[in-house]
Design a protein around this ligand. Structure first.
Ligand code: GLY
Length: 363
């Protein structure tokens, strides 16, 4: 069992990473000195696959276990659903020393994390991420929250979990589409980490797609370690943490322009990464080979390299709206070189337009 340590100002906590870690959840939670109740929040799809194993592990180590299921999908990330969950926790007589356990992907992690951060001013939180995106990114670092009708993730908190259980074997039950979408975040970490990680992934991506655990586990580990380092430096996202938004400025613009229907987060991120790398070539003289190599890699992974069904004007409008809403975070992250990201790059509007138009050409 690999034990990584998250060292943030508000909390230090372990991230346990290993194939089969899910079955060890009860033992590991107990080893941290916990007792009492664990309320698992999950969705119907994940429950059918992984809930029995998790319940068994916790019950076998003496915890009182309850599970609450929500319907799968982004709609669950609402204040209405959070309120229903508060009532559920109340009815189950959940106390402050008890834990909420988020079993699922990004939506469940954000929703259950938000509920844990606010119920009785904060109960304990275990994250058990089941999607690739949540394993490499959203389950760690403490960003939790819900959407409001006007905007995504506008109500939330920084609330670090007390333990994260990352079991790459759970990826075997993911629909292929979701695995591929999560790979966009992995590619982001490759670009942020440096040429050796990027080249290695370029060479071995098929091992990941075929879920060869001897390859998957170290890749997931590298992504987690990168994020843990960044979050330990800047837990509350005042500066350095913004590097994690590489590709997200244009990516969010594409998601919003497609009304969150045309492109999933991972697909939009793939296109956003392509735009960011090409802009880095123009702004920082990043060698042009990286844009070409990224274009090929994304295509091989089954991620989009051509923007279709969404107008570039709508994308640019959405990017500008984001920028107005939050000047700092909407400025772009670019790369001086692989492994050397620069935050808050104020990119010329004409350059940005030309790169979004290039995405439409798909070349
Ligand atoms: N996913 C970006 C962050 O956690 O800051």
């Amino acid at each position: 069992m690999i034990q990584l340590v998250a060292n943030t100002r508000s909390r230090e906590y372990p991230v346990f990473l290993s194939e089969g870690a899910l079955e060890e959840t009860g033992k590991l939670w107990r080893s941290l000195g916990n007792r009492g109740k664990v309320v698992i929040i999950t969705d119907d799809n994940v429950a059918a696959l992984h809930l029995p194993g998790l319940e068994e592990s916790l019950a076998a180590t003496g915890f009182i276990v309850n599970a609450v299921k929500v319907q799968p999908g982004e709609e669950a990330k609402s204040l209405g659903k959070a309120t229903a969950l508060y009532s559920g926790l109340f009815d189950l007589k959940t106390r402050r020393h008890d834990a909420v356990c988020a079993l699922g992907g990004g939506v469940i992690g954000d929703l259950a994390g938000f509920v844990a951060s606010t119920y009785m001013r904060g109960v304990k939180l275990i994250q058990v991420p089941t999607s690739l995106l949540s394993q490499v990114d959203s389950s760690i670092g403490g960003k939790v929250g819900v959407n409001i009708p006007q905007a995504k993730n506008y109500v939330g908190a920084f609330y670090q979990p007390h333990m994260v259980i990352t079991d790459p074997a759970l990826l075997e039950t993911l629909p292929r589409r979701e695995l591929v979408e999560g790979l966009a975040e992995v590619v982001k970490y490759c670009l942020l980490s440096g040429d050796d990680f990027f080249s290695n992934f370029e060479f071995s991506y098929q091992e990941f797609l075929s879920l060869n655990m001897a390859y998957v586990e170290p890749v997931v580990r590298r992504c987690i370690e990168y994020k843990l380092r960044v979050v330990s430096e800047d837990e509350r996202d005042f500066g350095r943490r913004a590097v994690l938004n590489l590709g997200h400025t244009v990516g969010h613009g594409i998601e919003a322009a497609g009304a969150y229907q045309a492109y999933s987060h991972g697909q939009a991120l793939a296109l956003g990464l392509l735009a960011a790398v090409r802009l880095s070539e123009q702004v920082f003289m990043l060698p042009a080979e990286y844009g070409e190599r990224l274009w090929s890699l994304l295509g091989l992974l089954g991620l989009p390299v051509k923007l279709e069904g969404v107008s570039p004007d709508d994308v640019l409008t959405a990017v500008a709206r984001d920028k107005k809403a939050d000047d700092l975070s909407a400025n772009m992250v670019l790369l001086k070189s692989l492994g050397d990201p620069v935050i808050n790059c104020d990119v010329d509007a004409g350059l940005l337009r030309s790169q979004v138009e290039r995405l439409v050409r798909g070349d």
